[in-house]
Design a protein around this ligand. Sequence first.
Ligand code: NAD
Length: 275
Amino acid sequence: MTTADVSDRSLAQLISLKGRRAVVTGGGRGLGKAIAARLAEAGADLLIGDLDEEPAVSAAKELAERHGVRAIGAAMDVTDAAAVAAAADRAVAELGGLEIWVNNAGIFPAVPLLEMTEETWDQVFAVNARGVFVGAREAARRMSAAGPDGGRGGVIVNIVSTAGFRGSAPGLAAYVGSKHAARGLTRELALELAPMGIRVLGVAPSFVPTEGNLAMAAAAGVNLADLPPTDLMLNSPIGRVGTPDDIARVALFCASDLSAFMTGSTLLADGGDTA
Ligand SMILES: NC(=O)c1ccc[n+]([C@@H]2O[C@H](COP(=O)([O-])OP(=O)(O)OC[C@H]3O[C@@H](n4cnc5c(N)ncnc54)[C@H](O)[C@@H]3O)[C@@H](O)[C@H]2O)c1
């Protein structure tokens, strides 16, 4: 059980995910790929799901070769509950169970409020908020059903954002609303799933250059690579831009027994930006 007292275990035992099975949504690139890499390094077998199948399959192949874990890459749209359930079933059938689920898939279109359509709003919420609910539900159904003693529990990690704590930039009303929803869900699901031995934690990154937000900036005519780091870091006291691995290490902490006494929190991984 991941919620048991683990005080007598060594650090190496606490951080090890050997024998655990994880699903990472949106894991074909960006933060999800970096998270999948740290989970695999810690020994977890993985299913990497992504809207885009090819990067998920190649990320899985790369991690299986590098870390000697079993890894599956699969097409999965988190707005399609049947597809999420199918991916969860595949993880259980092919990896033998499910103990870790990372709700990472997210979108962040920038549209000024006066021009934002209901369709854009709904799509952002379908991925960033309803996708977290559906992922958590499908994960919890399988975590609580696993094992001869009625379940060995598990951990759900939601990739939120500093936009779940405060307003962000103009154009991100749907994104900020959806990330506040994801943070709220993290608290509520923690309460509801604790009796099943399932912990729920959030990780809230500040700006990290990834394929997704570089493309978004480029679409808005901004080449982030040309901006001085100070512009990118806004108020960050740490004074450097975050990397995907900065976020992945916090996600690994959440997924591992190092955080066994934590549930319901969303951890800021933001270089102090929100301090
Ligand atoms: N990069 C940042 O600065 C930053 C900051 C705070 C929070 N986040 C959050 O981190 C998460 C990952 O962001 P990223 O920067 O790596 O983005 P990214 O666009 O680089 O990668 C996101 C991945 O999710 C996949 N995806 C998109 N919609 C999907 C869907 N419906 N179903 C399944 N997969 C889908 C994409 O194909 C892509 O592979 C998001 O939830 C985002 O909101 C990112």
